[in-house]
Design a protein around this ligand. Structure first.
Ligand code: NAP
Ligand code: MG
Length: 410
């Protein structure tokens, strides 16, 4: 055990959001074995356990989001988004909204997802040598649409009525001669501009080329607006900065981007509209081996950061755990949520030793896997080696803890 006086001090409080099921169990282990023995900090704790959200009528989620806005950096465990089954399982008063959705809308943030690479876990795409980070515009489009089923012949129109008076703008969508469907979607200049500015600053911060792609050849008003706002943001604020650090901004048609990404070597931030980002982030995660090898950070335009795992609460493993069966659940993404939050805090506070600790923690975790010690999900995708050994949930965290201890002692 490291003596109290040797602990690394974090200057400013970090907001901690606890969660549910298997990830809650691992969150506690990571905190107790990897973080608290080495770091002294003021944690502003919110318990987002489903029962506590229910008890507080979800006020605890709103309070946590406000705390991130106040303190600037938060780390979050995965949480249950209730559906009908969960309402029954936990005897909930209401089907509370997704905590991530609530936090995202309060911070107006962009979600960046970055794979964790280890030498012996090769992406299925052999050309990918560096991470492909997805920046998803988590606002509007098909996720807040209006849809109608069309029962039979008739005319469908799209209408905008200005609130300050003036003539409504109207366009025919389709003269139906039989049943069909229609859909209305929207976005706002403000949100697109925030998205663009957050992507440029993230790319600059991480020194990654920024790609942005839409279907602007077909969607000449909607998708073209995204393209134009990105171009304005680039020309207005980033040309010189990007040149100085040797990175590029590149806009291309989504089809072309998909074709190129498969042949790229990675090291790219790929900014995508809401639906494209939803789909492509799953593709990149699965191509990188396991859901547990994907980190996720929500970045707000005002500079707040919330770090978490990209996966859920790993419900099936939790039921095994409750049944006293052994689990082999991967804690990498949770470890990286803590290290991401600590590194950001260290950078904001100018405390190099905190940044250094975050780096060592990540290295210890990756080296553990590279030494062949890994959870079941990775054993299938890792390069074959006589050193490979499947460990259980706890043993993996213990192995990282041991390695970290050795590193910190030099
Ligand atoms: P999940 O928790 O992501 O797990 C789906 C499957 O992926 C698991 O059954 C497991 O596969 C594998 N997996 C995910 N994370 C893993 C890890 N760390 N180590 C090893 N394997 C891992 O998704 P879910 O079970 O569909 O959702 C459970 C709950 O999570 C839901 O209530 C949902 O609302 C919530 N959720 C929360 C968030 C969030 O808070 N960010 C995100 C998504 C979902 P095998 O069973 O094949 O081993
Ligand atoms: Mg998806």
């Amino acid at each position: 055990m490291i003596a109290q006086r040797n602990k690394i001090k974090v200057k400013t409080p970090i907001v901690e959001m606890d969660g549910d099921e298997m990830t809650r169990i691992m969150w506690g282990m990571v905190k107790e074995k990897l973080i608290l023995p080495h770091v002294e900090m003021d944690l502003v704790y919110y318990d987002l356990h489903i029962k506590n959200r229910d008890k507080t009528r979800d006020q605890v989620t709103v309070n946590a989001a406000n705390a991130i806005i106040k303190h600037g950096v938060g780390v979050k465990c995965a949480t249950i988004t209730p559906n009908a089954d969960r309402v029954k399982e936990y005897n909930l008063r209401e089907m509370w909204k997704s905590p991530n959705g609530t936090i995202r809308s309060m911070l107006d943030g962009t979600v960046f997802r970055k794979p964790i690479l280890a030498k012996n876990i090769k992406p299925f795409v052999s050309t990918w040598k560096e991470p492909i980070v997805i920046g998803r515009h988590a606002h509007g489009d098909v996720y807040s649409n209006a849809e109608l089923g069309i029962p039979g012949p008739g005319k469908a129109e799209i209408v905008f009525t200005p609130s300050q008076g003036g003539k409504p703008a109207k366009q025919t969508i389709k003269e139906f001669d039989g049943p069909g469907i229609i859909q209305g979607i929207y976005n706002t200049d403000e949100s697109i501009r925030n998205f663009a500015s957050t992507c440029f600053s993230f790319a600059f911060d991480q020194k990654l080329d920024l790609w942005f792609s839409t279907k602007d050849t077909i969607s000449k008003t909607y998708d073209a607006r995204f393209r134009d706002i990105f171009e304005e943001e680039y020309q207005g604020n980033w040309v010189a900065k990007f040149r100085d650090v040797g990175i590029e901004y590149f806009f291309t048609l989504i089809d072309d981007a998909v074709a190129r990404i498969i042949r790229s070597k990675g090291g790219i931030l790929w900014a995508l509209k809401n639906y494209d980002g939803d789909v492509m982030s799953d593709l990149v995660a699965s191509a990188c081996g396991s859901l547990a090898m994907m980190t996720s950070v929500l970045v707000s335009p005002s500079g707040c950061f919330e770090y978490e795992a990209a996966h859920g609460t790993v419900q099936k493993h939790y039921y095994k755990h409750l049944n006293k069966e052994e689990t082999s659940t991967n804690s990498m993404a949770l470890i990286f949520a803590w290290s991401g939050g600590l590194r950001r805090r260290g950078k904001l506070d100018g405390t190099e030793e905190v940044v250094g600790f975050a780096n060592e923690l990540e290295e210890a975790a990756i080296e553990t896997i590279e030494s062949g010690v890994m959870t079941g999900d990775l054993l299938f995708v890792a390069e074959k080696s006589p050193n490979n050994r499947r460990v259980n949930t706890q043993e993996f965290i213990d192995a990282v803890a041991e390695r970290l201890q050795r590193k910190l002692q030099g």
